[in-house]
Design a protein around this ligand. Sequence first.
Ligand SMILES: Nc1ncnc2c1ncn2[C@@H]1O[C@H](COP(=O)(O)OP(=O)(O)OP(=O)(O)O)[C@@H](O)[C@H]1O
Ligand SMILES: Cc1cn([C@H]2C[C@H](O)[C@@H](COP(=O)(O)O)O2)c(=O)[nH]c1=O
Length: 194
Amino acid sequence: MLVTLEGLDGSGKTTVWERLRSDDMVPDETVFTREPTDTWYGDAVQRSIDDDDADSLAELFLYTADHAAHLSNTVRPALEENRLVVSDRYSDSRYAYQGATLADSEMLDDPLSYVREVHAPWTRPPDRTVYLDLDPETAAKRSGATNKFETADYLATVRDNYERLIEADPERFVRVDATADPDTVYERVRDAIV
Ligand SMILES: Nc1ncnc2c1ncn2[C@@H]1O[C@H](COP(=O)(O)OP(=O)(O)OP(=O)(O)O)[C@@H](O)[C@H]1O
Ligand SMILES: Cc1cn([C@H]2C[C@H](O)[C@@H](COP(=O)(O)O)O2)c(=O)[nH]c1=O
């Protein structure tokens, strides 16, 4: 089973993901992974994140290349062995974030749909997605505005995109209030996974 953790920057995904790794209730053979990945593809993505002037379309395809390699090298092999896979960010991050980054593009009427169409023929959708729901102002504050994505204005568009994704696929998503205290958030996420 493939479970993904999604939400705005600062919503607490990595905090939960780290804690799940040492939880006895989570199966030992679980694969914990993330996007951007810790590979040279992920390094290329990181360079783009750090470049305020990166071309938005080129950036989409860097993230997408990282996703393709992540699927073939990590996610699909683990699923073939019937292991639980927990990914800190995955394809919905691309739909929500690059959907927002490309919002001003004159070439695309509906960037979110375009990004989904690019992935559709080959990606592997998650079986369950835990969405850590947080308002953009708190998200920007918590994340410390360390990269170009972490502003309340931009994150408001990203949040609208996540809402569109949830509306289109309500069965897959479990919404968790990320303003709750860390222990409560953690227990709600764990309950949604095991
Ligand atoms: N439930 C919570 N309440 C208050 N603060 C929290 C909570 N969960 C995490 N934090 C704090 O918010 C900050 C961001 O958390 P974390 O790195 O886990 O978020 P993230 O969603 O992984 O962010 P990013 O996508 O930017 O990597 C950290 O300082 C963390 O300690
Ligand atoms: C996977 C993915 C990520 N992003 C953005 C979101 C964050 O601001 C950065 C890095 O992610 P992290 O969780 O803070 O390490 O990249 C994105 O725009 N599109 C994506 O597909």
